[in-house]
Design a protein around this ligand. Structure first.
Ligand code: NAP
Length: 284
């Protein structure tokens, strides 16, 4: 069972699961089928299906929105996750929970490993960490996958936003003081599937390899898309003035994932090239 199946990651994950499992063994729900904020309704609905594995990727993912609507952030990402965890536990199901690099503060300056102490800077980060804690408290067989900087064919993301803005403007201002690893939702979906197949338990960091700033990512998107005429100006997070504070460095070390699955996540620039070449073939 996938909760959040219509989101950016959910739609790719559903495709990956459908490619390896009979269609009647995969159930994908989103807000139309279940509101995870409602405890009794969520638990009852999930229990009726009695899934063997619950992959919980539904979330309130608007990082700045969370800062302005703290109550909703904790209600969906914290309490909502608790309700899913209680239901998973009732069904004796394995629970997979998607979490974020924003549980870290960015002060480490080298890749974060799974045993590093979280210290979120934003409401979103705090609420996702609360979700992690509920999963660890209520579910015996759990898998927490922390990832970062997602983009893909479905939903709003940085890469699609750069491409859209490049059609309308000659100059883009992009922050150059946050470093991370852009991650392709198709690669992440395959990685989640591999972790489930190896029956991994505990916390795992998964992201495409290599690192960059949003500024470098923006420049690379434009270059690979033949839009080098658009000028990119590096700015600071302070200049951008977003409500939520982001970690200035949140690269995730993925060694544990490699050891568990024998797989290595490809470099972000390679994945991006792949995505953009497929994106060009998609009808707009
Ligand atoms: N995007 C990133 O860069 C990133 C980075 C690190 C971790 N993650 C984590 O990865 C997971 C997937 O992210 P994503 O970017 O694919 O998110 P997304 O596109 O926002 O998808 C999340 C889905 O959850 C649904 N949802 C929201 N509130 C719900 C509720 N109360 N009950 C049931 N469903 C609800 C959303 O519906 P609506 O759209 O109608 O609200 C949406 O379809 C999330 O857990 C996120 O925290 C994402």
């Amino acid at each position: 069972m996938v909760l959040g199946a219509n989101g950016m990651l959910g739609r790719d994950l559903m495709k990956v699961l459908h490619s390896s499992l009979p269609s009647d063994q995969v159930v994908g729900w989103d807000i139309e089928e279940i509101d995870i904020q409602k405890k009794d309704e969520s638990v009852t609905k999930i229990e009726k299906v009695r899934p063997e594995i619950v992959i919980h990727i539904a979330a309130y993912t608007d990082v700045d929105g969370c800062e302005l609507n703290k109550e909703k952030a904790f209600s969906v990402n914290g309490e909502g996750t608790k309700h899913v965890a209680l239901a998973a536990s009732e069904c004796n199901a394995k629970m997979v929970y998607l979490s974020t690099d924003y549980v870290f503060d960015g002060d480490k300056r080298e890749p974060y490993v799974e045993s590093d102490a979280p210290h979120p800077l934003s409401v979103y980060g705090h609420s996702k960490l609360q979700g992690e804690q509920y999963v660890q408290t209520f579910v015996k067989d759990f898998l927490i996958v922390r990832t970062q900087w997602l983009y893909g064919p479905f939903g709003k993301n940085f890469v699609s936003s750069v491409l859209r803005q490049a059609r309308e403007k000659n100059t883009l201002s992009i922050v150059d003081d946050q470093t991370g690893s852009p991650t392709y939702t198709v690669d992440l979906s395959r990685a989640i599937s591999s972790l489930i197949q190896s029956d991994a338990q505990g916390i795992f960091h998964v992201a495409n390899s290599g690192l960059c700033t949003w500024y470098t990512l923006g420049q690379t998107v434009l270059k690979l898309s033949g839009l080098s005429r658009v000028k990119v100006i590096p700015i600071s997070s302070r200049e951008l003035g977003r409500p939520a504070v982001r970690p200035s460095y949140s690269v995730l070390g993925c060694q544990k994932f490699q050891e568990e699955t024998g797989l290595t996540m490809r470099p972000w620039s390679e994945a991006l090239k792949d995505f953009l070449s497929k994106d060009r073939q998609r009808p707009s």
